[in-house]
Design a protein around this ligand. Structure first.
Ligand code: COA
Length: 188
């Protein structure tokens, strides 16, 4: 997985030492409430360590789970500069048997700490990952959000994704679907 840099952010692989931040992030209901069909907060440090272990084994030239870190740390300086997670991964199709099977599509997603909402960091990080994916060889990237997750839908729109309406195609859930397509080569 390649690290990326934007004006205000560094997107880098998760490290085992980040488990405290991961637990802090995913133990919050305001972060988890729109994630999954049965949202649950993370409770154990071991779950955070396991999440990082799984993220670090993602093996695809373009997919990844990035730790999004601020270049300028928050004050006071002892606070972590980590802001959230940016994901680019295979999205499962809806289906009757578990585990759900890959749909063949790639999804982009974002989970940020509430201390870092309202600054455009999710949009900045997502735009960088989306551009890298579409210029790196993916023809199409989708994003799905819970119908009520308007904050996430605004991120989709700010990074130029097209709203396609609601679908049941993924995750056995009714989702708002967005897509971005790679620019087509212009004829000479
Ligand atoms: C979805 C989520 C990442 C959105 O976070 P966010 O901070 O609202 O999104 P951005 O980082 O793009 O910030 C945009 C906001 O910052 C403001 N902003 C301030 N400075 C900005 C800047 N320099 N550039 C862009 N926006 C800026 C914008 O006006 C916007 O506010 P608005 O939506 O009230 O108009 C966040 O709500 C979250 O992590 N939720 C929990 C997890 C989740 O649900 N993930 C999605 C699952 S589908």
């Amino acid at each position: 997985m390649i690290s990326l840099e934007t004006e205000r952010l560094i997107l880098r692989p998760w490290e085992p030492e980040d488990a405290g931040f991961v637990l802090n992030l995913y133990s919050r209901w305001e972060v988890q409430r729109f994630i999954g069909n049965h949202p649950q907060v993370m409770r154990e440090f071991a779950e955070a360590e396991e999440r990082i272990r799984v993220w670090r084994t993602m093996d695809h030239p373009l997919h990844g789970a990035w730790a999004v870190q601020l270049k300028e740390p928050l004050q006071p300086k002892t606070r972590t500069p980590l802001a959230g997670t940016l994901l680019l991964k295979s999205i499962p199709a809806s289906g009757e048997t578990l585990p759900l099977q890959p749909s063949g599509d790639t999804e982009i997603g974002w989970h940020f700490h509430p201390d870092h909402w309202g600054h455009g960091y999710a949009t900045e990080a997502a735009a960088a990952v989306l551009a890298t994916a579409l210029h790196g060889g993916l023809d199409r990237v989708v994003a799905v959000t819970a119908p009520a997750n308007t904050a996430s839908q605004r991120v989709c729109q700010r990074i130029g994704m097209t709203r396609l309406g609601q679908t049941n195609r993924y995750y056995n859930a009714l989702c708002e679907l967005f897509e971005a397509r790679a620019p087509q080569p212009q004829p000479d």
